[in-house]
Design a protein around this ligand. Structure first.
Ligand code: GLU
Length: 382
């Protein structure tokens, strides 16, 4: 167990951050359809320096679609349609993986390519497989270079942005922190183009106020990230006990600048981890495919907050077509998300027993009811 992360400089120390995920977006990596080789070579040098300090690094690299689209001559950077993006990624990923292998290789480091889909991390067994592979690679001294497997991921089952992928990979790889390299210094309290905008250096919990500061959309138009997906990534990370920083990647040696390696406190927005759930609960909390929603009354909301299971009595509404074992979100009467958990019943059964006491449920169901609609062991508070 490593020490606690409290500042950006802690992200550069093996004692506080033994494992670091570095996410690089398309806008930084690709310019005019070509890789920004020199900049990338500098970043590979910084990754080598981190390894030399005793840190293990996982890279999450975008750029496949942008590179492949240029090669194939596809409009809109390959993002005009899903089919274009899938074809572009298939072409671009070859060069992208090769580039990382070459540039890390110049520092004596071995790159290892992992292409993951959303489902690879949503399914518990596949998640554990990915986790074991990442772990083994890091132990063996390699640098995993991860991207979404865009060529096979269809619309409903894709991350679509590498920010959230990076947060999920950090969970799977048991990393201490994630660095999201952006085209801006960090999170600003309002549109950064406003003259009065100020950067927020430290965030303790991504609240509604923090969300209100993000304006969506990516400045470059090349990637699909934007501040909104970065905040979603921060939420996944903070619940899993992982720190996350948004830093400016547009400089040379961006990691050194942001983490204050040549003096100073560092420049960027650091999101502190809120809690470290047990591994399985952290995985559950980061699951992204929600199959349904259960709305609950105030009594049930209070019970959940104090760590109890969700009983049918407190459910006031059911939506979505879900089966027993699927992930559902629990919302309060005002629509605020309270928890995520595995449903003990399918959607129709939930609707049939909602609002009813346990002793009435057997008649409705035709069998002895289970203890809860979501058991507390299968639930994480948001
Ligand atoms: N996986 C995509 C690519 O390699 C990028 C996704 C994103 O924009 O974050 O091009």
């Amino acid at each position: 167990m490593t020490g606690t992360i409290a500042t950006l400089t802690d992200l550069a120390r093996a004692q506080t951050c033994a494992r670091l995920v570095v996410k690089v977006g398309s806008a930084l990596l690709v310019q005019g359809g070509e890789p920004r080789r020199q900049w990338l070579a500098g970043l590979a040098g910084e990754i080598a320096a981190a390894q030399a300090r005793g840190q293990q690094v996982i890279v999450v690299s975008s750029g496949a679609i942008a590179l492949g689209a240029a090669r194939l001559g596809l409009a809109k950077g390959g993002r005009g349609s899903l089919a274009d993006a899938q074809a572009a990624a298939a072409v671009g990923q070859i060069g992208l993986g090769g580039l990382w292998a070459e540039l890390l290789g110049e520092h004596g480091l071995t790159a290892a390519q992992l292409l993951l889909t959303l489902d690879d991390l949503e399914d518990r067994r596949r998640y554990l497989n990915a986790s074991a592979t990442l772990n083994r690679l890091l132990e063996a001294g390699a640098v995993p270079v991860v991207n979404e497997n865009d060529s096979v991921a269809t619309q409903e089952i894709r991350f679509g942005d590498n920010d959230r992928l990076a947060a999920r990979v950090a969970q799977a790889g048991r990393a201490d922190a994630v660095l999201l390299l952006s085209d801006i210094d960090g999170l600003y309290d309002r549109n950064p183009r406003d003259p009065g905008a100020t950067m927020i250096p430290l965030v303790r919990g991504v609240s509604a106020d923090i969300h209100a500061m993000a304006d969506g959309g990516s400045a470059s138009g090349l990637g699909s990230g934007g501040m909104t997906s970065k905040l979603q990534a921060a939420e996944i990370a903070e619940r899993a006990g992982i720190a996350l920083a948004i830093i400016n990647g547009t400089h040379d040696a961006p990691i050194g600048r942001a983490l204050g390696l040549s003096g100073g406190e560092g420049i960027g927005t650091l999101f502190l981890p809120r809690r470290r759930d047990p591994a399985r609960k952290a995985w559950l909390g980061g699951r992204m495919k929600i199959k349904g929603v259960l709305t609950v009354d105030d009594g049930a909301a209070g019970a959940l907050r104090s760590g109890r299971s969700l009983l049918a009595k407190g459910v006031t509404g059911v939506s979505g077509d879900f089966a027993r074992g699927d992930v559902v979100e629990v919302r309060d009467a005002g629509g605020m998300a309270l928890a995520k958990g595995l449903a003990e019943y399918d959607g129709a059964e939930c609707a049939a027993i909602m609002g009813r006491h346990t002793d009435e449920q057997a008649d409705v169901l035709g069998y002895a009811p289970r203890n809860a609609v979501i058991h507390r062991d299968q639930m994480v508070l948001l």
